[in-house]
Ligand binder design. Structure first.
Ligand SMILES: Nc1ncnc2c1ncn2[C@@H]1O[C@H](COP(=O)(O)OP(=O)(O)OP(=O)(O)O)[C@@H](O)[C@H]1O
Ligand SMILES: [Mg+2]
Ligand SMILES: [Zn+2]
Length: 350
């Protein structure tokens, strides 16, 4: 079976390719985006893995954090490697969400903010300064038991929110980082939702106190008459995140395709990945099994490997029988460049 069913999903908007390191996420995301660029008006393939290889894969420079038209592909395909470091620079000043450890989150790099009308750059001027939460004993109340995500994931997620808000592409294909990072990325809507919920409650309950703290830390200077719109900002952000949660859980709009290889290690990881995706409510319908080696009569090494692979493939069927499985053979050459990727797309959509 193949990925044909994807072509019938006219509302498909977010397609994630994920899995263990080195299994073929990047080549699969690239090949699929080449194919889907013929079926969707405007497609973006974006790498959220800080160790990018999208440029190498397409043989075109896609670094720099801006979407670049991939010119040798028929259709309207754009590619982008997220530049978290560069993004972090512009978000440094935004680490004023009053979050302990906000620095680690790159100030949460919340988007939609940078693009909100009547704000020039980054967080609007009225961003709440709430330092010293720990000293007030409020920090743990705000953060609960959840673990703040890393800055790369926060930045990637902020980009996702931006893409959801701007709606510029008909389809966005995500070439994700290996499993752990990606799960942190996908846990963000839940994490932020509860975080912001708590912030809002805090602001309601301690509104004056917060104002007091803010004035205290800004020396009370120049703040007079500046309207505090932080509540609205939080409300807006909460709405965007809620929208993201709904869209990511909508199986007409979103699909996550795990990529795996026929080894037990990869299968275990794939199983953990799928379990987590289910927890987050992210739809999974297909699974790609890559790097299948052919049977061999003459080479004892390959014959043995093939024998082991056959067993693993049986286990795989037991584990993942509910998903549409697409097998991709290991080929002698390295898969890279448009020509090779197009051939891979043919295999994936046969
Ligand atoms: N079926 C295959 N046949 C031949 N080469 C393959 C095949 N699948 C993947 N490769 C090669 O394996 C390497 C890893 O592929 P790719 O970069 O897509 O994996 P990845 O999962 O994105 O890795 P990472 O976790 O490092 O991002 C590439 O050089 C690719 O060309
Ligand atoms: Mg990759
Ligand atoms: Zn051999």
């Amino acid at each position: 079976m193949t990925l044909q069913a994807l072509l019938k999903k006219k509302d498909l908007t977010y397609l994630f390719l994920g899995g263990k390191g080195g299994v073929g996420k990047t080549i699969a995301a690239s090949a699929i985006s080449i194919k889907l660029a013929k079926h969707f008006d405007k497609v973006l393939v974006v790498s959220t893995d800080p160790a990018h290889s999208l440029s190498d894969c397409f043989d075109q420079d896609l670094s720099g954090g801006e979407a670049v038209r991939i010119d040798k592909v028929p259709g309207n395909l754009f590619g982008m490697e997220l530049d978290a470091e560069k993004g972090m620079e512009s978000f440094k000043e935004l680490s004023s969400m009053g979050m302990p450890g906000a620095q680690d989150m790159g100030g949460m790099g919340m988007p939609g903010f940078g693009t909100t009308p009547n704000t020039t750059e980054g967080m609007p001027g009225g961003a709440p300064q709430m330092p010293g939460l720990d000293a007030l004993g409020l920090g743990s109340d705000l953060l609960g038991d959840s673990i703040p995500p890393g800055s790369d994931e926060a930045f990637a997620f902020s980009k996702l929110l931006e893409l959801i808000e701007t709606n510029e592409y008909d389809l966005v294909v995500f070439d994700t980082a290996p499993t752990g990072h990606t799960l942190r990325f996908l846990s963000l809507p839940d994490y932020l939702d509860s975080f912001i919920g708590r912030m809002l409650k805090m602001r309601m309950r301690f509104g004056n106190l917060f104002k007091g703290i803010r004035n205290l830390f800004s020396g009370g200077a120049g703040e007079e008459g500046v309207e505090d719109n932080s509540m609205e900002m939080l409300e807006t952000l909460k709405k965007t995140i809620t929208k993201a949660r709904i869209e990511l859980a909508d199986d007409t709009k979103t699909e996550f395709i795990p990529v795996t290889i026929p080894t037990m290690m990869a299968l275990y990881e794939t199983e953990r990945l799928i379990t987590s995706l289910k927890e987050y409510g992210i739809p999974v319908e297909h699974i790609i099994v890559n790097q299948l080696i052919p049977s061999s009569k003459d080479c004892p090494f390959c014959a043995k490997r093939f024998e082991i692979q056959e067993k693993t493939m049986l286990t795989l069927k037991q584990y993942f029988g509910e998903f549409i499985q697409t097998n991709v053979p290991m080929v002698p050459q390295e898969i890279r460049g448009i020509e090779q990727l197009t051939l891979l797309a043919e295999v994936l959509f046969k």
